[in-house]
Design a protein around this ligand. Sequence first.
Ligand code: PFF
Length: 448
Amino acid sequence: MTDKISTPRAQWGSRIGFILAASGSAIGLGNIWRFPYTTGEHGGAAFVLMYIICVVLIGIPVMIAELSLGRHTQRNPVGAIKAITPKGGWKLLGYLGVLAGTVILSYYSVVAGWTIGYIVKTITHSTSDFNTFIADPKSEFGYFIIFLGLTMLVVLGGVKGGIERWSKILMPALFIILLGLIVFSLTLPGAEGGIAFYLNPDFSKITGSTILAALGQAFFSLSLGMGAMITYGSYIKKETNIISSGTIVAFTDTLIAVMAGLVIFPALFAFGMQPSQGPGLVFNVLPQIFSQMPGGMIVGLFFFILLAIAALTSSISLLEVGVAWAVDELKTSRTLATILITAVAFIFGIPSAMSQGYSEFFSTIHFIGKTGFLDIMDFVFGSFALTFGGLMLSLFIGWKWGAKNAVAEIQSSRIGNYSMLLKIWSFLIRFVCPVIIFLVLLNLFGIF
Ligand code: PFF
């Protein structure tokens, strides 16, 4: 992809370049931080199973839908919707995406800042625990600002050289480090409890809130429901096979999340920790693993560096949605758009950064069953808004634009005989996705 989004529109260098960039967006803190702690809060294996079902039945179809709308219209989410239906309220859905992207970026950068803090903690051999680390406003704000600033610089400089090139080294490295950690974690004495918790489902644990959490996690982890994949899709070449590329991205993302769980839960049980401790979970467990592992300091250092880079390839896509919107629709320069949206994310991020013990008010504020500003934002924007966005996008693409038109777009790359798969996709996007998401959301409001 070239630096400036101008006409003719920039494109990914190659199919593999696109798959790497989209996987870069999908793989991030969602897999390694959010998936394990959400699994821990929702009782383990039964949640994992629900999660996989959500990815297959809903995530993959919505991913394909977003990519095809993006490639067809060559626009950001607001522009893409306007290109199909110039009048009416549908474009609000695009604005919701821009808003969700900006708010998620705000707290995402706070958590990514913790990762940078842990790089420094590892180098300096600091043994302070997570709660002490996180309540220190100096480090908390410093790392948050560093991470958000890095995101801004990459988006300012353009995505091509850096991110496409890095991703090629980063993904395999992350994969190999995770494999090594799994082996170590599984051999710890007492690991069996964690394996049972993670892989042996107890179906009595499934409630309405488990299903919503699984669905929300699928949208979050696959970068769906807010138009990131519409935006990335707008840079795909006509020859690229959307069905296979989208499925590869979803599969890789899910594999990494499942692997992260295989690292965390056996170790967690071996150390006698609580699975339901919330957002601090991996930051409590991982340093313990590294401290017991031969050569653990080096492994830990690499791991946190990779995690920070994985977070960066996701945060740039969060920022890119708003920037593409401002550049396409408001005709601002890319530089101005990037600076303004980063500033908004920074302001939103301040209460999140203060919500881990530093500010009593933001740490204890309670809303819809969540405590603390960061958790509330993560629920409202990271789960609810993305899920609601996914519902509206499947209605928009399946019915308003029309599954037939989307299929024509997908087939324009002459991908061979995919007619059966495309029939299944049309059915899923028009009926299965909207109905299931709608029921899950109704349930959230206690309708059943
Ligand atoms: N998928 C990213 C992760 O799992 O860390 C987070 C994310 C990026 C969510 C982009 C939504 C999005 F549009």
